[in-house]
Design a protein around this ligand. Structure first.
Ligand SMILES: Cc1cc2nc3c(=O)[nH]c(=O)nc-3n(C[C@H](O)[C@H](O)[C@H](O)COP(=O)(O)OP(=O)(O)OC[C@H]3O[C@@H](n4cnc5c(N)ncnc54)[C@H](O)[C@@H]3O)c2cc1C
Length: 381
């Protein structure tokens, strides 16, 4: 039996691929599956506009996974009947003043130096595309290839697909530890039981470093990074925007983004806060989100505020995922996806499944093994 700890998008996606291949696989979640960061996310699949200096090694993985998304969404629809609202209208990053325009010009030339397919728009051109943008919008970068999905529908579809393929899902069961002997996994433990298994996939999101029994050399150093979000409700047949819009940030909201879903829900995020496992909403966080979103899209003022929540991104030391084998035989890692776990889900599922079934570490995941941190520490000395 293969045991997967964590029923988020990573655990369910890997579980689905393994169950499809005929493996005997059980996913354990300490709550309801899909209710961790996977539920909290905005569903953006945006490797282009989110490309950052110092993270260039992540870009090929992100672009590859984005290219898999259309087929992944179609396969989920044909397998489960659940449409995950894959939308291809693209993403626009807008600027409001002269400073923003200079910053965006810089970003544009950086994106172009990476060979990304992005375009410059004047404020007039941006408003032609999205007429409800603020009059102050004076510049924009438009990325046609940065898409989005409804991540909550993805979780529902993956759960259905996993069960339909013969996977076993055990919800409300917390795995408290992994038992190892002689450098190999032999079991996992709940408060009441010891479950024998020689193959464990650790996909517990922001909680992945907390399990007892994992040798230090195999423990993924993942920490929680809090994100507060809100949603307002648009008329589905008369939405304020069709593409995802990013705008200037401030303080705890490094950039504001607005992601419109086909049911009219407009997801607005997000704060980035080092607050441990705290998921309390704060007046300041919500105020910043509303104010920054209103600067870009004043029409939200009259819309009903339908939800507010906070989630925990699983962040690794270099903000990239930790995938594949660890130093402990039978302990496989699929965690640390930080702000990209929805985007990286199709590739994570495929690559980790391939490793578990055939022992192959695919080329695309080689830079994302746990031992890269050890190598970095040695080369620092
Ligand atoms: C505010 C916010 C916005 C985001 N927006 C985006 C976005 O637009 N695009 C994008 O690509 N990514 C986004 N992300 C990141 C993305 O949500 C995560 O990277 C991704 O969901 C991680 O998936 P996961 O399966 O690893 O973790 P999770 O979804 O957190 O799942 C982990 C699961 O493990 C379970 N678990 C934990 N410990 C145990 C245990 N001991 N025993 C059993 N079960 C356990 C939890 O209950 C949970 O269900 C966002 C994240 C946040 C917080």
């Amino acid at each position: 039996m293969i045991a997967i700890i964590g029923g988020g998008i990573c655990g369910l996606g890997i579980g689905w691929r393994l169950a499809q291949a005929g493996e005997n696989v059980t996913v354990y979640d300490r709550g309801a599956a899909g209710m961790g960061a996977t539920w909290a996310a905005a569903g953006m699949l945006a490797p282009q506009v989110e490309a950052e200096h110092g993270e260039e090694f992540l870009l090929p993985l992100a672009l590859k996974s984005r290219a898999m998304w259309k087929g992944f969404a179609a396969e989920l629809l044909s397998t489960t009947g659940i449409d995950v609202d894959y939308r291809e209208e693209g993403t626009m990053v807008v600027g409001l003043d002269r400073d923003d325009a200079e910053y965006l010009e810089n970003r544009l030339s950086y994106f172009q130096s990476l060979g990304l397919d992005v375009h410059w728009l004047t404020g007039y051109q941006a408003r032609k595309r999205e007429p409800h943008l603020a009059r102050a919008v004076g510049s924009a970068i438009y990325s046609t290839l940065d898409h989005q999905v409804d991540n909550r529908l993805v979780a529902e579809a993956l759960k259905t697909a996993f069960l339909g393929a013969g996977g076993i899902l055990k919800e409300n069961i917390e795995i408290i530890g992994v038992v190892t002997a002689g450098g190999k996994v032999s079991a996992i433990e709940t408060a009441e039981d010891t479950i024998l298994t020689d193959m464990v996939i650790l996909a517990a999101g922001a909680w992945s470093r907390n399990l007892a029994g994992i040798p230090d050399s195999s423990r993924p150093l993942v920490r929680p990074l809090k994100g507060q979000m809100i949603a307002v409700q648009m008329e589905p047949e008369n939405p304020l925007i069709e593409s995802v819009i990013w705008g200037p940030g401030n303080g705890i909201v490094p950039s504001i983004y607005l992601a419109p879903k086909s049911n009219g829900r407009l997801v607005i995020g997000a704060t980035v806060e080092e607050m441990g496992f705290d998921t309390e909403l704060t007046a300041g966080g919500i105020m910043e989100l509303l104010r920054l979103a209103w600067d870009v899209l004043p029409g939200i003022y009259d819309l009903p505020l339908v939800e507010s929540w906070a989630g925990l991104r699983p962040a690794s030391r270099d903000d990239a995922p930790i995938l594949g084998p660890s130093k402990t035989k039978g302990l496989v890692l699929a965690t640390g996806h930080h702000r990209n776990g929805i985007l990286l889900a199709p590739l994570t599922a495929k690559a980790v499944c391939n490793y578990v079934r055939r022992g192959e570490v695919g080329e695309s995941i080689k830079p994302f093994l746990l031992d890269r941190f050890e190598k970095a520490a040695t080369s620092d000395v």
